[in-house]
Design a protein around this ligand. Structure first.
Ligand SMILES: NC(=O)c1ccc[n+]([C@@H]2O[C@H](COP(=O)([O-])OP(=O)(O)OC[C@H]3O[C@@H](n4cnc5c(N)ncnc54)[C@H](O)[C@@H]3O)[C@@H](O)[C@H]2O)c1
Length: 365
């Protein structure tokens, strides 16, 4: 098999112009592809801002004629792509992914969160399945040593039988998509049975153009009986770690918030018989990297070459997305949501549009 043909939709600004809500994730993807010399070739790109597309093309050796401002034109004019990396904001993920599937792209590697409504997330997955496009999402943290080591501790039975996974972060949608995905990963890719949640949204919080709650408390139960607990915003301290796994014989903490802990440990565990925590050497890797996207993309390419999806495939992403939208739906209906989730929209957005939630806009600074 020759080099896989890679295209980009949403190249980000020129690196020197990056801003707070413009990480230019395309640069991270592109560097990961570039590291796979000879296995992949970046052959085309599209960004609605011509300057962005041209700068990206120059940096990554894409001919100027293959730098587009209209991604649909790129999909129509260029020969079929093996991979399309989509690095735009969440509301654009669904139409762009669906267009790639209809153009018979071999695979899509889309940024998180999956979509801006549960209906869009399901449609992306289904359209890709129907067209033979292997859809993936950049939940790259799974590829970090701390998370892999935590999963191995669980699999080796170090904390006994897994009973609960927990997370804490700023919100359940933008950052929370990683947190829920990691919870699912630690529990061996189980689906949830039900979700119950309450949220607060008093001050407008738009992340990459998407409404995100100010505070949430989420509980769920997996098919295997393991319980999930997520706490965001002002209540984040209720879960004293970025991710936690509690078993019948002990506890594992990733990114402990314990003020007494030495040197902000990345990974530590304690069984009920131990006097103190065991601090695990994560070999220079912390909760966010380095190298996680490189590793995720290298694994994607290796899997595609074998004709397989990677573990970042849309079936996994959909499991996390279902819990997230079910949490917002639970808050909307004031009750427990039994899965599978049958709604199509985005309940948080619906509550804002219906005037049930009236978040204050922050004064412009
Ligand atoms: N995986 C992670 O850890 C992680 C971290 C940060 C951001 N993200 C996600 O990455 C995504 C992109 O964020 P970013 O900060 O890289 O964005 P960005 O603003 O840096 O880049 C988005 C680009 O999309 C382009 N664009 C907008 N509309 C378009 C259209 N119709 N056609 C083509 N291009 C278009 C913009 O011009 C811009 O260049 C978001 O979904 C965000 O949540 C993921």
């Amino acid at each position: 098999m020759g080099a896989l043909r890679v295209a980009f939709i949403g190249t980000g600004k020129k690196p020197e112009k990056a801003s707070a809500m413009g990480y230019g994730m395309a640069q991270m993807h592109a560097m990961a592809y570039q590291a796979l010399k000879g296995e992949v070739e970046i052959v085309a790109c599209a960004d609605i801002v011509r300057e962005n597309a041209l700068a990206f093309a120059e940096m990554y050796g894409v001919p100027a004629k293959s730098a587009y401002t209209d991604y649909r034109e790129m999909l129509a004019k260029e020969p079929k792509f093996d991979i399309v990396s989509i690095c735009t904001w969440p509301h654009l993920h669904a139409p762009m992914t669906i267009a790639c599937a209809e153009a018979k792209a071999g695979a899509v590697y889309c940024e998180k969160p999956m979509a801006y409504s549960f209906g869009d997330a399901k449609k992306m997955h289904q359209t890709c399945v129907m067209n033979g496009t292997k859809l993936h999402f950049n939940h790259q943290r799974r590829f970090g040593k701390p998370y892999r080591m935590a999963r191995k501790l669980i699999d080796d039975g170090v904390i006994g039988k897994l009973e609960r996974v927990e997370f804490t972060c700023g919100d359940i949608y933008d950052y929370g998509t990683h947190s829920v995905d990691l919870s699912n990963y630690l529990n061996g890719e189980q689906s949830a049975k039900w979700v119950i949640a309450q949220i607060d949204y008093r001050e407008e919080k738009l992340i990459f153009g998407a409404h995100c709650e100010n505070q949430a408390l989420v509980q769920w139960e997996y098919q295997n009986g393991v319980l999930g607990l997520g706490s965001t915003g002002a209540g984040a301290k209720h879960v004293a770690a970025h991710n936690k796994a509690i078993g019948s014989n002990g506890v594992i903490e990733l990114g402990s918030h314990d003020p007494a802990a030495k040197e902000k440990p990345v990974l530590r565990y304690r069984t009920w018989g131990m006097k103190d925590w065991e601090y695990v050497d994560t070999q220079g890797e912390h909760l966010h990297g380095p190298g996680y996207i490189d590793r995720a993309i290298a694994d994607l390419v290796a899997c595609l070459k074998r004709g397989e999806s990677s573990e970042l495939g849309s079936a996994q992403a959909l499991r996390a997305t279902e819990i997230i939208f079910a949490a917002y739906h639970s808050s909307r209906i004031h009750g427990r949501v039994d899965l599978p989730l049958v709604i199509e929209g985005h309940p948080l957005v619906a509550m804002v549009e219906e005037g049930l939630l009236k978040p204050h806009k922050k004064p412009a600074s």
